[in-house]
Design a protein around this ligand. Structure first.
Ligand SMILES: C[S@@+](CC[C@H](N)C(=O)[O-])C[C@H]1O[C@@H](n2cnc3c(N)ncnc32)[C@H](O)[C@@H]1O
Length: 234
């Protein structure tokens, strides 16, 4: 899979992409991530990427020209079928992403992520360049770089072979409409607080049943909105 990020702050992403599982996935050739500075596609000597909004109002808006030119340069080099590619504009007003979206993203051959800044980007980027505007939550950040890192992290870990054990994602929160069951590790007793006996007994059927029951209980308590319609829901 290939991921291109269009940003005016590529150095914000570099440290995150060069650590831990994402770093390993890159070294193993599971994902090819490239950062592009939108400023490199400006036409003036000040490398200006923003301007005042037409109609007035506060703040600055990112101009369409450098973003379109940057995206076109990337797409020209990264040839491939259009249907294997998704252009996402990170945007507070976009569709709010959930786990199944990242599953879908992980099956694309090519993702192109556009990070806005300031008051946002010229509407023509959303309308005529991006396939979709996506949001990481109902709040406003200063730029699209942190959302882009989030999208990359949540997507790359779902590419087959990236995690040590592909089965581990199957029991994770949101995977089947439930939050994850409680986890314990050594010591069995910590400051008088005990690990549930069933987990120490080695009876896998009983452990499985306990985990299912706890996952339903926790989901009903914390996120009743996601359990609706689940087969385990009473
Ligand atoms: C300060 S925000 C612009 C907010 C915009 N004026 C609004 O009211 O929706 C600047 C940039 O940060 C990014 N951004 C902010 N919040 C985001 C969110 N919740 N999800 C995805 N991107 C976000 C977008 O790329 C956006 O263009």
């Amino acid at each position: 899979m290939r991921i291109d990020v269009l940003t005016i702050f590529p150095s914000m992403l570099e440290p995150v992409l060069n650590e831990s599982i994402i770093k390993r996935a890159r070294s193993a050739g599971k994902v090819d991530i490239r950062l592009h500075n939108i400023r490199d596609y400006t036409l003036d000597k000040h490398r200006k990427v923003d301007d005042r909004p037409y109609g007035g109002g506060c703040g600055m808006v990112m101009m369409p020209e450098p973003i379109f030119s940057c995206a076109e340069a990337v797409l020209k080099k990264a040839k491939g079928p259009k249907n294997g590619r998704r252009i996402l504009l990170l945007s507070a007003r976009g569709r709010k992403l959930v786990q199944k979206d990242f599953q879908a993203f992980s099956s694309y051959k090519h993702l192109l992520l556009i990070c806005g800044h300031y008051e946002g980007v010229d509407e023509r980027v959303a309308r005529d360049l991006a396939d979709e505007e996506v949001s990481v939550g109902d709040f406003v950040l200063t730029g699209g770089e942190i959302p882009a890192m989030l999208v990359i992290d949540a997507t790359v870990r779902l590419i087959p072979g990236v995690l040590g054990n592909d089965d581990s994602v199957k029991s994770e929160s949101f995977q089947d409409g439930l939050l994850e069951y409680p986890q314990y590790t050594r010591p069995a007793e910590f400051r008088g607080k005990k690990t549930p006996k069933v987990l120490l007994g080695g009876d896998h059927a009983k452990i499985e049943a306990w985990r299912k029951k706890e996952a339903v209980k926790i989901t009903k308590k914390i996120r009743p909105d996601i359990i609706i319609g689940h087969k385990q829901a009473p």
